[in-house]
Design a binder for this molecule. Structure first.
Ligand SMILES: Nc1ncnc2c1ncn2[C@@H]1O[C@H](COP(=O)(O)OP(=O)(O)OP(=O)(O)O)[C@@H](O)[C@H]1O
Length: 429
């Protein structure tokens, strides 16, 4: 089928197809290929749009000449927010600044990340805190790995002796040296919110199109990732209980990708609403939105703003038994590989909406506050969200419920209760 050329004169592309390049072979490539008026660059040609991998930014961005209109999916030093140790460093700095300028109460708004130290550099400060809080469980996470690799929980200091003996490869040399890999050690959240006895965390997508001024879009769909095994603090060495990453859970012997370990954000929101009421759940989601804004503000001055760059962040949030949200991590390259059919649809829709917000086709006025499932959350200041979100959740819920009824018995009672509430909510004019 012939492609229809898209007119984008004001952005300097002219009356021709938008050329793209894509460093990944997953949903994003499908979205780009399916987009009318877009064409993949083969060979050496310069693209108008490049979905690159993070290492490209490090290796090539500084030497690349980019025309005015060209767009790339990372900021040059994205790692200021997406590397575990740097994220915490920036958040601690913001907390100190708030305390200095506005007092302790204001600074407490940053208390959404568990107490964290970088190891080995902050080992002694950590040991002081460890001794002040005997009995706490801690989690060790390597700063430069993902998908749960290298993560473990511990209670006794001597359990991290092996880490202290670690071996590190020395760059630009064939040698290795007996130094430990850099980790963060973090207070483990021992009272996660449980559904059907299982722990979960939530993945929410946030799109930043500019850091100066800060412009943030929040995606309405997302998902909760459940662990496959009932939660217990008895077995802290069992990853299937404590780590909710899909990469970990899918290796569990009884993992079923279709029933899966995922709920959509809408389903989770309905469940929580049924249990705790609309107000408490709205407060929870407001608190989560504040996490996005504070964390982005914490690195706003250090991120190199560039008109060519945008970033689609995958936020990982854990909710505790008191409905308090905790920031676990921000991902610069959230997985765009789908784990099942619903996941594919979510990711396809998400990425298509990212392109709609970026508007390479120059169709929008620039005043839009909602584009597809993205809501403008921050535009150099807070943007008031409309409340049609809640009714969307209610409407989507009944459809999703059928899929759930095939799930395990211990979740069914909860779900029946949610279903009744959802029906009742639907009757509210
Ligand atoms: N402080 C914490 N308290 C409780 N659970 C935690 C904590 N930190 C991490 N976890 C659990 O461990 C999982 C993995 O942690 P994290 O996302 O930081 O690691 P990762 O290997 O970088 O994962 P990703 O694949 O998302 O990049 C989380 O999804 C969460 O279930």
């Amino acid at each position: 089928m012939p492609r229809i050329p898209v007119k984008v004169k004001e952005k300097g592309i002219g009356d021709r197809l938008i050329r793209f390049r894509c460093g990944l072979q997953n949903t994003i490539l499908d979205v780009l290929k399916a987009r009318p008026g877009w064409q993949e660059v083969v060979g050496d040609g310069d693209p108008d749009f490049f979905w690159c991998e993070v290492h490209w930014m490090k290796d090539t961005f500084d030497h690349a000449y980019l025309e005015e209109h060209v767009k790339l999916n990372h900021f040059r030093n994205h790692y200021e927010l997406t590397r575990k140790n740097l994220m915490v460093k920036n958040l601690k700095r913001l907390r100190r600044a708030l305390e200095r300028e506005s007092g302790k109460l204001e600074a407490q708004k940053c208390d959404f990340f568990p107490s964290t130290y970088e190891l080995p550099s902050e080992y002694h400060i950590f040991v002081d805190e460890y001794r002040r809080n005997p009995g706490f469980i801690w989690i060790m996470k390597p700063i430069a790995r993902s998908q749960g690799k290298g993560i473990f929980l511990f209670k006794r200091l001597k359990d991290i002796t092996d880490w202290k003996k670690g071996t590190e490869y020395l760059p630009n040399s064939d040698q290795t040296k007996e130094v430990p890999e850099t980790y963060v050690v973090q207070r483990y959240i021992e009272n996660p919110y449980l559904i059907g006895g299982r722990k979960f965390d939530i993945r929410i997508y946030v799109l930043v199109t500019s850091y100066t001024p800060l412009r943030v879009w929040l995606y309405r769909s997302g998902f909760a990732r459940f662990s496959n095994t009932r939660f217990s603090l008895e077995s802290i060495e069992n990853s299937y209980v404590h780590l909710t990453n899909v990469a970990v859970q899918k290796t569990a012997p009884d993992y079923d990708p279709e029933k899966g370990c995922k709920w959509s954000l809408q389903q989770l929101r309905m469940y929580l609403t049924a249990k705790h009421g609309v107000e408490n759940v709205e407060q929870l989601f407001k608190d989560i939105n504040e996490i996005f804004i504070y964390s982005l503000q914490s690195c706003q001055r250090v991120i190199i703003n560039d008109k060519h760059c945008f970033e689609l962040y995958g936020y990982d949030i854990l909710i505790d038994a008191n409905l308090k949200p905790w920031l676990i991590e921000v991902n610069a390259s959230p997985s765009l590989t789908a784990s099942n059919h619903d996941d594919y649809n979510l990711k396809f829709g998400l990425l298509n909406d990212v392109l709609n917000v970026l508007d390479m086709e120059n169709r929008l006025t620039g005043k839009e506050r909602r584009i597809g499932l993205f809501d403008l959350l921050w535009d150099d200041g807070a943007v008031i969200l409309d409340d049609s979100i809640t009714s969307d959740y209610v409407n989507n819920f009944a459809t999703s419920l059928n899929a759930f009824l095939g799930c395990k018995e211990d979740r069914k009672d909860n779900l029946r209760q949610v279903f009744q509430t959802a029906q009742a909510l639907k009757k509210v004019p």
